[in-house]
Design a protein around this ligand. Sequence first.
Ligand SMILES: Nc1ncnc2c1ncn2[C@@H]1O[C@H](COP(=O)(O)OP(=O)(O)OP(=O)(O)O)[C@@H](O)[C@H]1O
Ligand SMILES: [Mg+2]
Length: 285
Amino acid sequence: MCEQHAHLQPTTNPYSPAGRQAKRTRVAPARPLRIALVGKGGAGKTALTAMMTRALVDSGRAGRLLVIDADPALGQLSALGAKTRHTMGQIRETIIRTARAGHKDAKLELAAKLDYMVFEALSEMDHFALLAMGRTETLGCYCPVNDLLQDAIEKLSGSFDTILIDGEAGLEQINRQVVRQLDTLVIVSDPTSRGLETAAVIKQMVDGEHIIACKKLGLVFNRVVGNEALLKESARAIGLDIFGFVPHDEQIAAFDLVGKPITSLPADSRGQAAVRQLVDTCILA
Ligand SMILES: Nc1ncnc2c1ncn2[C@@H]1O[C@H](COP(=O)(O)OP(=O)(O)OP(=O)(O)O)[C@@H](O)[C@H]1O
Ligand SMILES: [Mg+2]
């Protein structure tokens, strides 16, 4: 086992008899702070997650940080300058293949190894760890497999203080495959009516508690070029608080164009400065 992972020792498998017993009697660990970013496609979730990662690390207040790339296209990897050995999607495929093959011993062996497999999928960067959800090739609903993997992520989360999730447009995939509860949901919108429409739909889902439980909800306008008064008014109209405004910043686009990690934006980046401020005032406050 990699030494860097020493604090992440896997524990009893929840699906073994001993694990099921432990699950019934387990005292819940102090939960980490869970933050997820969602919003319209292309609104800037991946870029903002990378800038928030940097702001959280630099703040010195995030403790052990786990970034989860929940985008099947693995956009977060290049934004963070990271590589992964395997994804949760690949682990899911292995489980489904083994279950279909139907060999009892192989299934038991897999159940015993599951925590290790998830834990091996973690990439340790200098100041944070990264888990990539990736895509799965097998179509169909495999709820028991999703539950199994979600429990493993849940257990892994207990070893971290802060979890930051780069999500998709909606909440369903986070709820089905990543976590069931959030502390803070950041809805990212570009300054367009389509971005705001998506934000309004997400807010309705959270209000109705249809998809995911979440304590704090707010909007970040990204790629802003003036018109802040109008944007404030639009956010008020759909009943959303504003966490912050991130300006259009050519440096972000230029870094993304050549695949340079967004986490290494220069100190004078206007985008990074705005993200630092919103992390300080709305995420860690
Ligand atoms: N503040 C900004 N200023 C300039 N360009 C930006 C800014 N934020 C994001 N971009 C650019 O906008 C594009 C989309 O950003 P990003 O990939 O982060 O969006 P996304 O919401 O993650 O998209 P997807 O839904 O496809 O995952 C990228 O080319 C990125 O470089
Ligand atoms: Mg993205």
